[in-house]
Design a protein around this ligand. Structure first.
Ligand code: UDP
Ligand code: MG
Length: 199
């Protein structure tokens, strides 16, 4: 998902390409332009000659959850990685995710090591949010998980078949089931000051 990420796209493409070259796996990078107002689309096009990129252009800004769904709808590989475009999900972790997929896990998700860098009130709200979402649920949503994750084709197929248009992706990941494992991910500072902060 890309919303006003013109300054990050080139480096994202580079780092993603590097990791897939390292593990010697062919890939396709799907950039979903979620109604950006900056040069995201032009920069994405400029990378097409260098990297295997597919661009999905949304007609306006729909928000990250819908941008993610649009990307998932276009995913065709045996395995799919969901990754933020602002480099807060370091592509180098894909190598580790891939090893776990080869070992038989269907979903490998990153989780935040700590939220101690965030304001106290935000941490309280996040705790309250997950507590509330999990009341009475048989399939709990693990707190502090990231959208940064690798999923086997069978999970992608299950998600593509879901009719919901207004989605909470972390709820759906948990709902679809299959075997899963978490990997601790350190979130770099890049983009943190973003005013688009969310749970
Ligand atoms: N994003 C998007 N649409 C939006 C807001 C964000 O596609 O309306 C993308 C954004 O470009 C980034 C990812 O979703 O790749 C996460 O967004 P952000 O960095 O704002 O979220 P945070 O890091 O605060 O979770
Ligand atoms: Mg971010």
């Amino acid at each position: 998902p890309c919303y006003n990420e013109a300054k990050n796209i080139e480096r994202l493409c580079q780092e993603v390409d590097q990791v897939f070259k390292k593990i010697a796996v062919p890939y396709e990078l799907i950039l979903v332009n979620d109604g950006s107002q900056d040069d995201t689309l032009a920069v994405a096009y400029s990378q097409i000659k260098r990297y295997p990129i597919k661009i999905v252009q949304l007609s306006r800004n729909y928000g990250k959850e819908i941008a993610l769904s649009a990307g998932i709808d276009h995913a065709e590989g045996d395995v799919t990685v969901i990754i933020d475009a602002d480099l807060q999900h370091p592509p180098v972790f894909i190598e580790d995710f891939y090893k776990h997929w080869q070992a038989g896990y269907d979903m490998i998700y990153g989780y935040r090591v700590s939220r101690n860098d965030e304001p106290f009130l935000k941490r309280c709200f996040v705790k309250f949010f997950y507590g509330l979402m999990n009341i009475g649920q048989t399939r709990k949503i693990t707190p502090n998980t990231l959208d940064f994750r690798m999923m086997d084709k069978k999970i992608i197929t299950a998600m593509q078949a879901m009719p919901e248009s207004n989605r909470f992706m972390k709820g759906l990941y948990s709902w679809v089931g299959f075997t899963n494992i978490g990997i601790p991910v350190d979130i770099p500072e890049i983009g943190r000051a973003s005013c688009r902060e969310r749970v």
